[in-house]
Structure formats: structure tokens, C-alpha cells
Design a protein around this ligand. Structure first.
Ligand SMILES: [Zn+2]
Ligand SMILES: [Zn+2]
Length: 229
């Protein structure tokens, strides 16, 4: 065992640990709210623009967006309930007065004692003040999912970031295509709902799209007029 020096560097913490655990109710509700928000926006997205495009033969965009939504949703749920690399190594045999040393790149580091978990933290292990746990290879605490990002779930986090970016891009492109395809139609919530629900018997117009007459729908006869340019 090498001799220890007083100026031996300590493993630094990203932020000081609070004295009392932070409340967990609001962060948990915020994480659940994000999941609900994703489901609501995706439901509107698939119910209106995606359904209209699918009914007009453009299946590629709804299928791609649907696959990306499934990937995003399950990576989000997985990250919510994943184990970031929690270390439970507290024991009565250890104590804050004992000194543990590790060597990194030929330099000796004295491990810090975690008062909450009652053990000497390995390198790159930090105590999350929000979760009140020590996490191996701690990266950060993600408030969007109310979970730490660490050694075991960092891949889930990267998968969520990647799938969310791709899904957002797919939603943007799909909505733009939907708006371009429906520029010849006057905007109204009536038509936005009538098209996805497929009221009446839509007939293709000269541009390949479909036009549903609100007058015919209003009289209950389901009469459809083609777009005359
Ligand atoms: Zn700890
Ligand atoms: Zn945390």
C-alpha cells in the first residue's frame, strides 16, 4: 500500500449533495406528464394528417412515423423505469475514517465517502440529490424522465434522443406534406375532421386529392363534389 499524501486529489462532485432529499412528487408527475403529452400529440398527429395521407394513398409517412413513435415511446418508458447503475454497497465494516485509494493513469485518487449510502464511492460515481442514490458512471439527472443517466441506461438515453429527433423530423415532414397537399382546400376544423373520418364517398379530384362538400354532409346525404380546380 503506497503512502498517502495530504494533497492527494479527491474525486470531484458535479454538485454538492443537499442535506435533505428533494421532494419526488412533482418531478414524478412532470415525467408522467411528458409521457401523456407525447401520447396526446401523437394521437392528434395520427388521427388527422397521417390518416388523411393514408386515405390518399401515401402510406409511407404514417408507417415511418408510426415505427418511430413506437421506438420513441418504448425508449421513453424504458428510460423512466431503468436502473442507471445504482450502487448499494453500504456496510458496517466500512467507515468514513477508512481510506480507499484507486489508481487512474498512474495517479492515486482517494475515494470520497458518501454519507447517504455509507460507502466509498468508486471513480465517476456520484450521489444524485434528486434520487438520493449513488450512480455508477453518473452523467446527469434527466428531469424529463425523472431518472439518473448512468452506466446502465446511457444507451437507452441515446436511443431516446435519436428516436425523438427522427420522430420530430418525421412529424414535421409529414405535416408539411399534408399542408402542401391540402393548400387547395379552405382550412376548417370541419374538413380536418371529415377527411380522416372518411365521411361520405370521397371522389378523387383532378389533382389526385379528394374534396368533400360540407353542404352535402350537412344535409345528411353524404353527397360529395369533386374539386373543379
Ligand atoms: Zn450516495
Ligand atoms: Zn437522479
Amino acid at each position: 500500500m503506497p503512502l498517502l499524501k495530504d494533497d492527494m486529489p479527491l474525486m470531484k462532485e458535479p454538485h454538492p449533495s443537499p442535506q435533505a432529499p428533494l421532494p419526488w412528487v412533482l418531478p414524478s408527475l412532470f415525467a408522467a406528464f411528458n409521457v401523456v403529452l407525447l401520447v396526446i400529440f401523437s394521437g392528434l398527429f395520427f388521427a388527422f394528417p397521417c390518416r388523411w395521407l393514408a386515405q390518399n394513398g401515401q402510406w409511407a409517412f404514417p408507417i415511418i412515423a408510426g415505427l418511430l413513435f413506437i421506438l420513441t415511446f418504448f425508449s421513453l418508458i424504458s428510460l423512466n423505469f431503468s436502473d442507471p447503475g445504482i450502487l448499494h454497497q453500504g456496510s458496517n465494516e466500512q467507515g468514513p475514517l477508512m481510506v480507499h485509494v484507486v489508481w487512474v493513469n498512474h495517479r492515486a485518487f482517494r475515494l470520497q465517502w458518501c454519507q447517504k449510502c455509507c460507502f466509498h464511492r468508486p471513480p465517476r460515481t456520484y450521489h444524485c440529490p434528486w434520487c438520493n442514490i449513488c450512480v455508477e458512471d453518473f452523467d446527469h439527472h434527466c428531469k424529463w424522465v425523472n431518472n439518473c443517466i448512468g452506466h446502465r441506461n446511457f444507451r437507452f438515453f441515446m436511443l431516446l434522443v435519436l428516436s425523438l429527433c427522427l420522430y420530430s423530423g418525421a412529424m414535421l415532414v409529414t405535416c408539411l406534406i399534408f399542408l402542401v397537399r391540402t393548400t387547395h382546400l379552405s382550412f376548417s376544423m370541419d374538413k380536418a375532421i371529415a377527411y380522416p373520418l372518411g365521411c361520405g364517398d370521397p371522389r378523387p379530384n383532378s389533382e389526385g386529392g379528394e374534396e368533400l362538400s360540407t353542404e352535402g354532409r350537412g344535409h345528411g346525404g353524404g353527397r360529395v363534389n369533386g374539386e373543379q380546380g
